[in-house]
Design a protein around this ligand. Structure first.
Ligand SMILES: NC(=O)c1ccc[n+]([C@@H]2O[C@H](COP(=O)([O-])OP(=O)(O)OC[C@H]3O[C@@H](n4cnc5c(N)ncnc54)[C@H](OP(=O)(O)O)[C@@H]3O)[C@@H](O)[C@H]2O)c1
Length: 268
């Protein structure tokens, strides 16, 4: 793990925001959105060059920034990155956003290859737990802080096209909801985010039409405003939220028929 340090301590009025998967996509847009003179950002991902580019843009908006290179599947590396981040002066907001998906998460007719299924579970479930678990003690000691988990609408409505991705996202949603209940009296709160399609490299890898696609900058604004309101769950866009709510009321065979039919129509 390596990094470039911006500061060893900071003013209490400055918010410290930690974002995983900040090199691209939704995480990059969240970093740019939170970049301001009263913010200290810790940006985490594996791609050093891309992270440094994002860090430069954030600094030009007045934020101080630390870059930490870590793979979230490496529990020791991500724990070290978070320990260094906590040393700056605790955390106000930890956004566990890093994940894999898109074409990498699509199953064939016989499901995912076992290696692909393991990789999905290892990044999208265990990697997120690796990110959050080391931060909890620091946040409960502070008696404040918010953890944000970026899941997916596939965690609400399991998709036949991606069983392992759906399972990992459903699992991490349950983890977040349970953690919020566990930490309720500690002052630490948890928000679970379930986006529909967002315009990033991940969605661009899918060879299908992407209904209700949301630009990544807009996704970041929706997430940040839900976090400011203290929402426990954020599902967007509203069309996907309404569809997910409606689909959960349907009998399973009707639900499967709708999902299969829409996916046949979507694949070009
Ligand atoms: N785009 C969508 O339509 C969509 C929809 C629903 C949910 N989501 C969720 O939103 C989150 C962000 O997705 P995105 O669309 O912004 O994807 P993206 O553009 O592909 O970016 C993924 C980010 O995660 C990081 N990452 C991936 N594996 C990592 C690992 N093992 N360790 C550390 N960092 C890792 C990547 O950085 P490096 O490669 O530099 O490490 C990158 O910064 C994911 O959790 C995804 O499942 C996306």
């Amino acid at each position: 793990m390596s990094g470039s340090s911006a500061s060893a301590s900071r003013d209490a009025a400055v918010r410290h925001i930690v974002i995983t998967g900040a090199s691209r996509g939704i995480g990059r847009e969240l970093a740019l959105l939170y970049a301001a003179p009263n913010s200290h950002l810790t940006l985490i991902a594996r791609s050093a060059g891309l992270l440094q580019d994002v860090a430069g843009l954030c600094r030009s908006r007045g934020a101080t920034v630390d870059v930490r290179i870590a793979d979230i599947t490496d529990a020791g590396a991500i724990a070290d990155a978070l320990e260094m981040a906590a040393g700056v002066a605790g955390f106000d907001l930890l956004i566990a956003n890093a994940g894999i998906g898109g074409a990498d998460a699509m199953a064939g007719p016989a499901g995912e290859h076992p290696d692909a299924a393991r990789a999905i579970a290892s990044v999208n479930f265990l990697g997120v737990v690796n990110t959050i678990a080391p931060a909890i003690a620091c946040m409960t000691r502070q008696g404040r802080g918010r953890i944000v988990i970026v899941g997916s609408v596939a965690g609400l409505v399991p998709l036949p096209s991606s069983p392992a991705y759906s399972a990992a996202k459903a699992g991490i949603r349950a983890y977040g909801i349970a953690l919020d209940r566990l930490l309720r009296t500690s002052g630490v709160r948890v928000t679970v985010v379930s986006p529909g399609f967002v315009e990033t490299d991940m969605s661009a890898s899918l060879s299908m039409s992407l209904p209700f696609l949301v630009p990544a900058a807009e996704a970041a604004r929706i997430i940040a405003s839900g976090v400011e309101r203290g929402s426990r769950e954020i599902v967007f866009p509203w069309q996907v939220r309404a569809a997910a709510w409606f689909m959960r009321l349907l009998p399973d065979r009707v639900l499967v028929w709708i999902v299969e039919r829409s996916q046949k129509k979507l694949v070009s």
